[in-house]
Design a binder for this molecule. Structure first.
Ligand code: AR6
Length: 207
């Protein structure tokens, strides 16, 4: 029924030694949330206007973690495009909680939405900042007519956000602001983050 979780397990064709599970939830009659494990630099939806979300920093010129992997996979044109995003103050192209869009260049996805999550220990209002990062990413996607968006676990690496709290903020913000985007995906790097996310989605999206 509406809002019910269906966890699908698809064995891949290559001997079954890489298993890919996708948990699917309804956000609205026309929007779905799909949670899967994987490398976000490889994600795309064939033939569609799609975007991956880059958990960047305010300078927006690359870094470690997923940001580094995304810049490596996109090629040097991505850094040039980021450099051309105007600074709002010296050294800041994307303030915490905001989002900016660029092409994806050599990435399989057509666009990159750069957003900046909070540094958990340094932001006295970390939940609001993290929620803003999700909400503004979805707003920018909508404004660019993106129909498929993939998020990583923003702030859950270098920026130290506890997984369960981050899942709660991310999933509830997407639930409340999905903007009729066809599909919002989470592409998560580890088994532990994947299971925290699926459990939280079952809690927040069951109706
Ligand atoms: N695909 C999907 N998820 C990934 C990938 C990938 N290829 N690589 C890492 N992750 P992080 P943050 C996961 O540190 O915490 C950078 O230096 C990772 O395991 O990438 O928002 C930026 O420049 C974790 O679960 O982002 C900033 O300075 C999640 O993505 C800072 O790190 C986010 O971890 C941002 O820190």
């Amino acid at each position: 029924g509406s809002g019910a979780a269906r966890a699908l397990s698809n064995m891949s064709a290559n001997g079954g030694d890489t298993e890919k599970s996708v948990a699917i939830f309804n956000l609205s009659p026309t929007s779905a949330l799909k949670i899967q494990k994987g490398d976000i630099t490889r994600w795309f939806i064939d033939g569609s206007s799609d975007a991956i979300v880059n958990p960047a920093n305010e300078r927006m010129l690359g870094g470690g973690g997923a940001d580094g992997a995304i810049h490596r996979a996109a090629g040097p044109e991505l850094r040039t495009a980021c450099y051309d995003v105007p600074e709002v103050r010296p050294g800041v192209r994307c303030p915490t909680g905001e989002a900016r869009i660029t092409p994806g260049f050599k990435l399989p996805a057509s666009h990159v939405i750069h957003t900046v999550g909070p540094v958990y220990d340094e932001d006295s209002n970390a939940a609001a900042s993290l929620s803003n990062a999700y909400r503004n990413s979805l707003r920018v996607a909508r404004e660019s007519n993106i129909q498929y968006v993939a998020f990583p676990a923003i702030s859950c690496g270098v920026y130290g956000y506890p997984f369960e709290e981050a899942a709660s903020v991310g999933i509830s913000t997407i639930r409340d602001h999905c903007n009729d985007i066809n599909e919002v995906h989470f592409v998560l790097f580890s088994d532990d983050i994947y299971s925290v996310w699926v459990k939280k989605a079952e809690e927040l999206l069951r109706n």
